[in-house]
Write a protein that binds this ligand. Sequence first.
Ligand code: NAD
Length: 287
Amino acid sequence: MKIIDGKELAQQIKTNLAATVAEVTGEGARAPHLAVILVGDDKSSATYVRGKAKASAEVGIENTTIHRPADLSHTELLELVEKLNNDPAVDGILVQLPLPEHIDTQKIIEHIDPSKDVDGLTSANAGCLAQALPGVRACTPRGIIAMLDSAGVRIDGARAVVVGRSNLVGFPVAKMLLDRDATVTIAHTHTRDLGTVTREADILVVAAGSPRLIKADMVKEGAAVIDVGISWDDAAGRLVGDVDFDAVKDKASAISPVPGGVGPMTIAGLMMNTVECWLRHIRSEEK
Ligand code: NAD
């Protein structure tokens, strides 16, 4: 059994991206620039934003975190996104979610220029994924595919089961697995007898947000298991995933831990997206 170390893989990806950035800026190009908008004082959001700034520094991406108060109006936020859309020196725009309740999140996301949408959440980029066209892919699904590849898991022809169908994780990862020629089933809260479905999986991706939902008897011997879930377990005093790691690890051929699995790989996905958006921008500026 192989534990897929997301932290180590993310580090390798960031090191490779840093080499690309150093090479291209060494030839005279401007550095990539990621703008992160944080609205309000949510502690988890602030931690995530700091993680993105730290990773950006490691890769050589200029990072501007724009912090606005929780009572920022919807119009003011739209105007801020618009300003960043029009700034030729900004390659990526990320609006940290969740936003305060008075703000229409989807309208804000939709306002981001799709060529700067490094989270891959605009309907333009989601539509590109739906039609298997080039576009920015969402960070977490991108990180998950990279984890499977790094562990040498064969996706082509595999039977994949994704638990969860959110726009952020479940649905896009299922489509990305399908585009890599897996046969994909998506399970959700209405799925009857979840174990019958998950036991079919050669690749099992769980993004339900339900602590230890997946027990050992729900996993096929030799399956590759990616645990996306993150929940705080009061009794254990630590973060736990959607998979009962200790019980499942002996059955799986490869498994990702929580923490240290999908979390760091989501940030690596963001770094890949930012560098790719930047490369497209500077190449089109050269023309
Ligand atoms: P969501 O709440 O939007 O979606 C959850 C999905 O899981 C839904 O489609 C629901 O139908 C399904 N589901 C929930 N309980 C289920 C059950 N008992 N059986 C079958 N299906 C069930 O959540 P999300 O945004 O997709 O996130 C899922 C989890 O992944 C959360 O724990 C979240 O914190 C985590 N997450 C982690 C990262 C990361 O970087 N590590 C990134 C995004 C999300």
